[in-house]
Design a protein around this ligand. Sequence first.
Ligand code: WTA
Length: 681
Amino acid sequence: AKYLYQVGKNNSLLLISSLKNSITCHAWKGVSCTHFRGITTTPFPEFQGDSRFKSHADLHNASLQNPDHFWGTLAKSRLQWFQTFNQVKDCDINKGHIRWFMDGKLNASVNCVDRYAEKNGDAIALIWEKDEPGTEEYVSYRQLSQMVNKMANMLKSFGVCRGDRVAIYLPTSPVAVAVMMACARIGAIHSVVFAGFSAEALAGRIIDADAETVITSDEGVRGGKIIPLKQTVDAAVANCPCVKRVFVYQRTGNPVPMGKLDISLDKEMASQSDVCEPEKMGSEDLLFMLYTSGSTGKPKGIAHSTAGYLLYAGITQRHVFDYREGERFGCVADIGWITGHTYVVYGPLSNGATTVLFESTPTYPNPGRYWEMVQRLSLDHIYLAPTSLRLLLKEGNEWVKKYDRSSLRKLGCVGEPLNTEAYDWYNDVVGDGKCEVVDTWWQTETGGIALAPRPSAPGAKIVASKPMRPHFGIQPALMDKDGKELTGSNVQGALCIKSVWPGMARTIYGDHKRFLDTYYNPYPGYYFSGDGAHRCEDGYYQITGRMDDVINVSGHRIGTAEVEDAMDDHSQVAETAVVGFPHDIKGEGIYAFVVTMEDINPEDADTLRDQLKSIVKTRIGGFAQPDRILFTPGLPKTRSGKIMRRILRKVADNKPEELGDISTLVDPSVVEILVQKHEMI
Ligand code: WTA
């Protein structure tokens, strides 16, 4: 036991992984392993031996008080540069002006692929956990490098240039990763659109980014079902005059109609050379953009930089999860969301890790899928969303116990609050009480994990449902209603961050004013997250949820305005208001209050409900369809015409006794109607 511990402390990572491979399963499960699992902070070799950094607190303080030294040192040692930077940062948070690693030149694909392909090309980069269990495919760093280079040459040969935007509408797959890396290699900015978005939503994002190139596949496969991706792209592209070419990858090989713009990706790639000189990108050149929902109807293209994002992705993946060389990292997010970008692709690959690409669902073919995968692939880490835990825990413990999970060391989760029941189940049943549960708070805009219980001082506790501490570079602040910062503990307010860190978003693509208005102008001198939080003793934070009109459904951000805009288009609809309500599995469900032009007959109500759901499916995607739709003659409004959403939320939450003062409404009687109707649907 002592030996293992010292190995960890001395940071001899190779020795640890070879040890892991050589010790028997029995020993791995035994005392020494428990002890080994207890080490909670991967040391920073860069700061070892520096007498200023004796503790975790020293390091965290340094990241805030001397960020130039902290991040400058890490950027030099963790990233590979064509030309190093000569200034660590140029930031003015008051103006939302964020720049890191000035004048540096690098390429993200070199950092994520080449350097590991050269060092140990046989090491596994990707494990593609395809939809059918047991059909996984392995891609080594050498193979990934070949794919990326060929793909990059293919894009170039069709005229895709540095700075161009490339829309990606693909299932989570090695090809998708290779496309992202190929864009990075030639300096094109990728915009991955989750392959569950509708044709209209995809078209909106393609047009906003003014993308000439789209990359998709014939079909997707998820939960045993075929998803007609190319068909969706065809419908989208028909409304996008900017699109000049669509590359089609054969995921299933089923025949799909190929039109004038369509190019077979598989065929074109095959004839390309596997050597493509990487572009020398500036630190601040955009690496990618990713659309996310805000409080208005139009999605925001959150833009991330090359050097700062990549550094932050790598540091957080390695240190929050205590990732060690040779381990297998299983983040089950889709590449269409930020979690997929940072913890399936850029974080793990920039650390030379083995990362899992999960194509399936938590319940396919049965609720044991995750744990069967953990056993089959011998995963060291799993990173998932609380919604899947809530779903799976209802199915019973047998689905977990059936499988050997002793390879797991860390259990991560992200996307929504982890309730105590889900935490306990994750910790006690999935982890057998031997793994740490690492709940991480962050956002598309933060680029990587901002609050998490790890890394931390040895012995620091993890507490269910309020487990979070700021990561390096992050200085959280809670603001009161008057915009003043709250001090001390046991306070609750708007969650802001008053420091700058390399991974933070740089702009909203094409709309910097909206970027400033959303994140920097609400509290001058602070980045505003849109979430509320509570600060407990010992600096622990607990997230209380969104403070704006964004709903978090199964960890997916959906703007209420987007759903309202879609339903408002129905000819029978006069007005709508959408709010979130507590949902057992999804965390939050979508509740729509709909005012119709004319009274509708009760027998027509279900038809109209179906039509409204179908409009939302067409405009946004199936995942944004309302769970409940209530038809009402009016909405609760103030004299100035503002809808009182607070009241709608109480109605939707079954709490009519907490409605509070409704006397300021133009027509208070409408509330009674809502309460009655709510009880009936
Ligand atoms: C929510 C996902 C509670 C939060 C990485 C945030 C969380 C939004 C947590 C960002 C957590 C994320 N506990 N809430 N651990 N993690 N959230 O941009 O409301 O898809 O603002 O990024 O998810 O969602 P996004």
